[in-house]
Design a protein around this ligand. Structure first.
Ligand SMILES: [Zn+2]
Length: 470
C-alpha cells in the first residue's frame, strides 16, 4: 500500500516536471535542414547552454556525446599561466565521480567508450563515443565533470607532471619549436603568442598553480561558454529532456575578455638551430583577419589551401616537381579559423641532400618561390585560366566540406567547428554561399590587404651540430 502510494506520487511529480519545467527552462526547438547532410536540432537552456542534436539513425545504437568548451590558448591571458586550457583537457579525465579516485575513468571504461579530447587556440573539445544503451549514464558522468569537477591538489600535481612529459615528447619535434618562435614573433603576449601546451617555464611551474587552475575552471566551464552536441542514433526530444535534467542548474558567468592582438610590426625573420639531424624547414606566415562567417575574407581563406598547395597549384608543382626542392608543402586553414586574428602558415620541408649541396641560399630560394605564389594572388585575374581555376576550386570546396563526415563523431566535430563562431544553425549554407559568390577581384583584394610586410613573419629551421646550437 505504501509502495503504491509512493509510486503514484512520483508519477504526479514526473508529470508536473515534464509539463511545467521545459517551457520555462529552454528555448523552442530550431531545426536546420540544408547543405549539411544531416538535420540539426537545437534548444538553448535558460543558462545559455546550447544543446545540438544531430540524428543519424543509420549508425545504429551508436552515439557521440560532445562538449565544446570555448577556452583555449587565447584565454590564457595571465602572465605565467599559459597551458591551463590544455591542462584541463587532462584533468577532466581524473574527475572523482561519486567521490571515487578514478571514478570517472573507470565508469566510462565500463561502457567500452572511445573517449578523448583536444585543445586548440580557442577551444577544448571532449568527445566520447559509445552505445546508445549508455546514454543516461554517460550524460550523468559528463554533466558532473563539467559542472562539479572533483579533484584533489595531489591529483592536480600528478596530472601537471604528466603534461611536462608531454612537453618533453613534443620538444623532440622541430615543429613545436618553430610554432613557438613564430607565434611569439607574431602575437607577443596575446594568447595566440604561445602554443596550446604553454611556455616551457609555465609548464614546469604548473604543479604549483592549483589555485589558478581552479579559477580557470570556474571562469570558463560555464553553460554560456559551452555547447553540447549529441550525434548518432538518438531522438532530439530525449536528448533535450536529458540535458534539462542534467544541466539546468549549471550557473552561467561571463568569461574574462581575452583582449586584442597587438600589431605584428613585421616583417620579421627568425631562425631556429636544431641539434638533431632533420631536414630544413621554412614557414612564411601572415596574420589573417578573425574568422567571420559570410565575409569575403573568410570565404577566400577557405580556398587558400587548395589555391597555394593543392596538387595542381603552381607553387606545389614548382617545389615538388619542377625544382624538386621540397618533400612537402602545406597550408592548413584550421590555423586561422579562429575567434581572433589567426596565422596563415605556408610551410615546406626541404630535401636534405639538396640542401647539403646548395647550403643556406636554398632557404631563400624556397621563400622566394613561396613569395612569388603569394604575390601572384594580388593579380590573380592575370593568371592563365584564372576563372576556370576559381570555379573548380569552388566545387571542390563544397565536395571536400562534406567528404570528411563519415560517423556521428565526424558530424558533431565538423558542425561545431563553424557553428561556434556566430552560433548560426545554418552556418554551413552561409559558408558555401559566400565561397560560391567569390570573384577573381575578391581574391586580389584579399591578397593585397593581407599579404603585406607589416603582417609577415618568416621562420626557418636547419640542423646545426650541438656545439653551435642555442
Ligand atoms: Zn595533452
Amino acid at each position: 500500500m505504501m509502495h503504491r502510494m509512493a509510486t503514484g506520487l512520483a508519477l504526479v511529480l514526473l508529470a508536473l516536471s515534464q509539463s511545467a519545467v521545459p517551457a520555462l527552462a529552454q528555448s523552442e526547438v530550431d531545426v536546420y535542414q540544408g547543405f549539411f547532410p544531416y538535420e540539426v536540432h537545437r534548444r538553448t537552456l535558460d543558462n545559455g547552454l546550447d544543446v545540438l542534436v544531430i540524428p543519424m539513425p543509420e549508425f545504429k545504437d551508436v552515439l557521440s556525446y560532445n562538449t565544446l568548451v570555448m577556452a583555449g590558448a587565447r584565454d590564457e591571458i595571465e602572465p605565467g599561466k599559459s597551458g591551463l586550457a590544455h591542462l584541463f583537457e587532462h584533468i577532466l579525465f581524473r574527475h572523482r565521480f561519486e567521490g571515487e579516485v578514478n571514478g570517472y575513468d573507470e565508469a566510462i571504461g565500463k561502457m567500452g567508450a572511445f573517449n578523448n579530447a583536444y585543445t586548440w587556440f580557442d577551444i577544448t573539445y571532449y568527445h566520447p563515443t559509445t552505445f546508445t544503451s549508455n546514454l543516461e549514464e554517460l550524460a550523468k558522468l559528463e554533466a558532473e565533470r563539467f559542472q562539479n569537477l572533483d579533484i584533489t591538489e595531489k591529483i592536480f600535481k600528478t596530472e601537471a607532471g604528466a603534461v611536462m612529459g608531454e612537453y618533453r615528447n613534443g620538444a623532440a619535434d622541430p615543429g613545436l619549436r618553430m610554432s613557438e618562435v613564430r607565434l611569439k614573433a607574431m602575437y607577443g603576449d596575446y594568447g595566440y603568442g604561445h602554443t596550446t601546451i604553454g611556455y616551457l617555464e609555465d609548464v614546469e611551474d604548473m604543479p604549483n598553480e592549483y589555485e589558478a587552475a581552479r579559477k580557470f575552471y570556474d571562469d570558463y566551464y560555464r553553460p554560456n561558454n559551452c555547447v553540447l552536441l549529441v550525434a548518432g542514433d538518438v531522438e532530439p526530444e530525449e536528448i533535450f529532456a536529458l540535458a534539462l535534467d542534467q544541466y539546468a542548474d549549471w550557473k552561467p558567468r561571463d568569461k574574462p575578455d581575452p583582449g586584442e592582438a597587438p600589431p605584428v610590426n613585421g616583417p620579421k625573420r627568425e631562425h631556429v638551430n636544431w641539434a638533431t639531424d632533420v631536414p630544413p624547414r621554412v614557414q612564411v606566415s601572415y596574420r589573417m583577419a578573425a574568422h567571420a562567417t559570410g565575409t569575403k575574407a573568410t570565404a577566400v581563406g577557405q580556398l587558400l589551401p587548395e589555391l597555394l598547395t593543392g596538387d595542381t597549384a603552381p607553387l606545389y608543382q614548382k617545389l615538388r616537381s619542377e625544382k624538386q626542392t621540397c618533400s612537402s608543402v602545406y597550408l592548413g586553414n584550421a590555423q586561422y579559423e579562429s575567434f581572433g586574428p589567426g596565422p596563415f602558415v605556408l610551410g615546406a620541408t626541404l630535401f636534405k641532400d639538396k640542401y647539403e649541396e646548395k647550403g643556406e641560399p636554398m632557404l631563400d630560394e624556397v621563400i622566394a618561390d613561396m613569395d612569388t605564389a603569394i604575390e601572384e594572388l594580388k593579380n590573380f585575374s592575370q593568371m592563365p585560366g584564372a576563372s576556370e581555376t576559381l570555379e573548380s576550386l569552388k566545387s571542390k570546396y563544397q565536395y571536400d566540406m562534406l567528404s570528411g563526415i563519415n560517423s556521428p563523431a565526424d558530424a558533431a566535430e565538423n558542425f561545431y567547428w563553424y557553428y561556434r563562431f556566430e552560433k548560426d544553425i545554418d552556418v554551413f549554407d552561409q559558408m558555401v554561399e559566400s565561397v560560391k559568390a567569390l570573384t577573381l577581384a575578391d581574391i586580389e583584394a584579399f591578397a593585397r590587404e593581407t599579404f603585406v610586410p607589416e603582417n609577415r613573419v618568416v621562420v626557418t629551421l636547419t640542423h646545426t651540430p650541438e656545439e653551435d646550437a642555442r
